[in-house]
Ligand binder design. Structure first.
Ligand code: AHG
Ligand code: MN
Ligand code: MN
Length: 339
């Protein structure tokens, strides 16, 4: 029998379970539930003003950022979808101060789910791509009611990570630690269809993504790196570089996964109390896992992101990720400067 031309996410997961055994029924359920929640978020995003989902919710999250209606709604969708299935021990989110326990009326599972329900909030009201980022960890042995410390595991411990990008099409990108695969939402059928297997980020690139308006706050090695790129053909790099910045990490990372590039949100000295803007647990770690699985690299400019021991749930870190040779170069500039 010839294989069908379309492989749904469900079929892909079942085949992974059969072939590789590194995914069990609970993990499969977890991924399917997250994908279903992303589908619901995608529908809400797609309704825009007609769905009454634009604008501010008038509340603040734990990091002092004003929440958009869609931040709150996406968080609720993910919570509701994941509470009852029996696959999770607890959840944590960018939009919640503390981990969310599984209510006692439901069974508990062996996994922890961490997410950024709506990434790129500043782009919601202007109809630019936003997304959802998630990371799956194992609940430590013997922990019955996981609190913050249960979540503080190195990125290398992630069993799965992914994101959905709500762009001109909705695409789910997933790694289970065995390559990176992408699924496009078939809006008529309502299912995610495998459209990319074993995605690879080219080691070299001519494209960088950074918010240049912070240049005056950067550290010296960071300025050196960008100044060399800006100098183009006649500078030390001997070639021209192009720049793109969507200001939705999901969209910028998705472009890099598709055609290469380097994404940077460095430490800056604007607010010395903040070691970066992006959050380790639900932005940096899942994206670093995906990028490494696609042959790219991800560092803080000094260390590998996945090796960091988290100290708090909402911890921020500098992020350099994407095409390997560029990430290694800018990381070397920081290490040289430190030495
Ligand atoms: P979030 O909307 O989840 O708070 O994340 C926003 C992040 C990230 O998506 C993006 O790369 C970055 O903030 C944009 O920062 P600037 O506004 O400084 O460009
Ligand atoms: Mn985000
Ligand atoms: Mn967010």
């Amino acid at each position: 029998m010839s294989s069908p031309s379309k492989v749904s996410l469900s079929r892909f997961l079942i085949e992974q379970q059969r072939q590789h055994g590194h995914i069990n029924a609970d993990l499969r359920l977890l991924i399917e539930v997250v994908a279903r929640a992303c589908k619901r978020i995608s529908i809400a995003v797609g309704k825009g003003a007609l769905g009454g989902v634009l604008g501010s919710a008038g509340t603040e999250n734990v990091q002092g950022e004003t929440q958009k209606k869609l931040d709150v709604l996406s968080n609720e969708i993910l919570l509701e979808a994941n509470e009852w299935g029996g696959h999770l021990a607890a959840l944590a989110s960018e939009e919640m101060d503390d981990p969310h326990p599984i209510p006692n009326r439901y069974p508990k599972g062996e996994y922890l789910l961490v997410f950024d329900p709506l990434d790129g909030s500043s782009n919601i009201d202007v109809n630019i791509s936003v997304g959802t980022i998630f990371s799956v960890l194992r609940c430590p042995d013997g922990v019955k009611d996981p609190g913050e410390t249960a979540f503080l595991q190195r990125g290398t411990r992630q069993v799965a990570a992914g994101y959905a990008v709500y762009g001109s099409s909705t695409v789910l990108v997933l790694t289970l630690g065995d390559g990176v695969h992408s699924f496009t939402l078939d809006r008529e059928q309502g299912s995610f269809i495998l459209t990319g297997s074993n995605l690879q980020i080219p080691a070299d690139t001519g494209e960088f993504a950074i918010n240049m308006s912070n240049l005056r706050h950067w550290e010296a090695p960071m300025r050196r790196y960008i100044e060399e790129l800006l100098a183009g053909k006649t500078g030390p790099r001997g070639r021209d570089f192009n720049m793109r910045w969507v200001a939705s990490m999901v969209a910028d990372v998705h472009r890099i996964l598709t055609r290469g590039g380097i994404f940077i949100y460095p430490r800056d000295l604007k607010d010395p109390a903040k070691p970066g803007k992006l959050r380790l647990m639900y932005e940096a770690n899942p994206m670093a896992f995906i990028v490494e699985q696609a042959g790219g690299a991800a560092t803080t400019g000094r260390e590998r992101i996945l090796d960091l021991q988290p100290t708090t749930l909402h911890q921020r870190v500098p992020v350099f990720l994407g095409s390997r040779n560029e990430v290694e170069r800018v990381t070397a500039y920081h290490r040289e400067a430190d030495a």
